[in-house]
Design a protein around this ligand. Structure first.
Ligand code: NAD
Length: 370
């Protein structure tokens, strides 16, 4: 540590499945990381990559630490040692980490550099989510929010709604919620509510999202934003709207509030915002759910593009990235909806059926090497 004493940290990397290609998944730094959590998140990545049909398996990593209490230098040492310990397990053909909670472009740059130092040459494709100047992909930062917009657009068309009359409520204004709100506003949707961890704001006539985001950047909170009423994060979920985007954190829609949710379309930007008990209630109410493993898969899809570009050594223009992202998201949305209709199940079950089917199919094709 900076003060000269030695601290020992525990970190994990779980690789859940390799049937369809190298494992893929983020690394989080948090005091409450557990092996069980990392294990569950790794499995989730397998299904997410399979739903969008990209050639990756699933993995996840984490270190038990409190990054808020650590200096940049301490975080760099932690990251480099973690990478060195994993050197035989990660790599462009084995397992490709990415950022997750409390890790970012800088963390990925350190991992790339450490891995490259051991390999004795630069290996950019070992991680994704790198800075654009260091072989990252254009469009990566916006990709999850853009993916959300794309699947919501498909659902809106399917239900016969019109963007200009479609009211959108967004919980969370970070990388996923903030970007989705901005893009939905640009596309002509009426974003009527937005929140951050401290609470939200609501204007039934629609919020001026660029102005709201500028306010948030300046004041670091949405509190006292003019031209809107304050609303709590829980009340926000129950607002009258056509599209609800929970894009903050898990377990927001539960058996306690599912009955009061009024949206027609629920697009899960966050991982696991809806509990299993709430899911049954939403199904009975006829809410069109776009499940997380489809709705927020734009990020990992663009990570796949980053890995492809790194291996080619040839980088695409942002509109090429966005166009290819759209192709994959629209196709995956249609695959899930078709599965739901063919098998008479809801979209979440359909997404899992599709994902498990794809993994099982290649497992059978490959056979067992005994
Ligand atoms: P972020 O840290 O950029 O933003 C999170 C937002 O949610 C912030 O506005 C924060 O104030 C708010 N928030 C945090 N805790 C909250 C709480 N308890 N109640 C209400 N609001 C709260 O994070 P992000 O990258 O936007 O990720 C949001 C969710 O999306 C997470 O579940 C994450 O796992 C998931 N996700 C992110 C990506 C990605 O590419 N960033 C990809 C797939 C899934």
């Amino acid at each position: 540590m900076d003060n000269g004493h030695i601290e020992v940290y525990t970190g994990y990397r779980v690789q859940h499945n390799f049937a369809r290609g190298p494992a893929k998944g983020g690394i989080r730094y948090a005091p409450d990381v557990t092996l069980d959590e990392v294990r569950a998140l790794a499995a989730w990545m397998t299904w997410k990559c399979a739903v969008v049909n990209i050639p990756f398996g699933g993995a996840k990593g984490g270190i038990i630490c409190d990054p808020a209490q650590m200096s940049k230098g301490e975080l760099e040492k932690l990251t480099r040692r973690y990478t060195a310990e994993l050197i035989d397990f990660i790599g462009p053909e084995r397992d490709v980490p990415a950022p997750d909670m409390n890790t970012n472009e800088q963390t990925m740059a350190w991992i790339m550099d450490t891995y490259s130092m051991h390999a004795r040459h630069t290996v950019t494709a070992v991680v994704t989510g790198k800075p654009v100047d260091l072989s990252g992909s254009k469009g990566r930062i916006e990709a999850t929010g853009r993916g959300l917009l794309i699947v919501v657009e498909e659902a809106v068309k399917k239900l016969g709604l019109k963007p200009s009359n479609t009211r959108v409520v967004v919980q969370g204004s970070g990388n996923v919620g903030g970007v989705a709100a901005k893009l939905m506003h640009q596309t002509g949707y009426k974003v009527i509510a937005l929140s951050d961890i401290y609470g939200g704001i609501h204007n039934p006539n629609g919020l001026d999202i660029p102005d709201v985001m500028a306010y948030l950047e300046k004041h670091r909170t949405l509190e006292k934003y003019p031209n809107a009423e304050a609303v709590s994060n829980m009340d926000l979920l129950e607002l009258d709207c056509e599209v609800l985007l929970p894009a903050a954190t898990e377990n927001q829609i539960t058996s306690q509030n599912a009955n009061k949710i009024k949206c027609r379309i629920l697009a899960e930007g966050a991982n696991g915002p809806t509990t299993a008990a709430a899911d049954d209630i939403l199904e009975r109410k006829g809410v069109f759910v776009i499940p997380d493993i489809l709705a927020n898969a734009g990020g990992v899809t663009c990570s796949y593009f980053e890995w492809v570009q790194d291996r080619m050594g040839y980088f695409w223009k942002e509109d090429v990235v966005n166009e290819r992202l759209k192709d994959i998201m629209v196709e995956s949305f249609n695959d899930v909806v078709k599965y739901a209709e063919t098998h008479g199940v809801n979209n979440r079950i359909a997404a899992y059926m599709l994902a498990i089917d794809r993994v099982a199919y290649v497992t059978r094709l490959r056979g067992i090497y005994a």
